[in-house]
Design a protein around this ligand. Structure first.
Ligand code: S3P
Length: 194
């Protein structure tokens, strides 16, 4: 993880408000977002959960009704709505930063933290729950899932790596929280006046 102690950067980051957790499917954004929000006493917003609740459909149903492009529009709409929302911890869907200028919108309003995981770890985690993810549910064996994740992650890596900070998603939840609390603007995430 890169911790920049430059004063300008810290004061710039204090002006931002949300904390966005980014990363590939299976990197642990939802779990970590919930834990961090509890510790910081902030709202935790899981973009997939909110989009599902609003649509009254699962992500899989949304994909089959309006396609991936329709889902990306819902993500973009929701991200725009988050801009004026009180400072929150936001667990983003894996593709959210990579479409419709999502990354730029997040950068303008928050600190971005990328949960980086290896392909092996992602594949092990995703194999158990690929049925919940329309982009993966048709992949019938682990080798095909591996190939897909390998290619897909390499397409998205450049986007994720534009985050302000990167943490190793292989750490356990307590270790991850410890790392996050060292990031300027996270532990002191009160931002009076915003
Ligand atoms: C997606 C990730 C999913 C969900 C949708 C598409 C993606 O969220 O938004 O299935 O394109 O990476 P998680 O990252 O929470 O699994």
């Amino acid at each position: 993880m890169t911790i920049v102690s430059d004063k300008n950067k810290i004061s710039q980051e204090k002006k931002k408000k949300h904390i966005f957790l980014l990363g590939y499917m299976g990197s642990g954004k939802s779990m970590l977002g919930g834990r961090l929000a509890q510790i910081l006493d902030k709202d935790c917003i899981d973009t997939d959960d909110t989009i599902e609740a609003r649509a009254g459909m699962t992500i899989t149903e949304i994909f089959s009704q309006v396609g991936e492009a329709g889902f990306r529009n819902l993500e973009k709409q929701f991200l725009e709505e988050l801009v004026p929302h009180p400072p929150s911890i936001i667990s983003t869907g894996g593709g959210m930063p990579c479409y419709n200028e999502g990354l730029g919108l997040m950068k303008a309003t928050g600190i971005l933290i990328y949960l980086e995981a290896s392909i092996d770890v992602l594949v092990d985690r995703l194999w158990q729950e690929k049925h919940k993810r329309p982009l993966l549910s048709h992949l019938n064996d682990k080798a095909t899932l591996f190939e897909f994740v390998n290619r897909h992650l390499s397409e998205r890596q450049a986007c994720y790596q534009k985050s302000d900070y990167t943490v190793n998603a292989h750490l356990d939840a307590d270790q991850l929280i410890e790392k996050l609390m060292l990031i300027p603007g996270v532990a002191e995430n009160t931002y009076p006046g915003l």
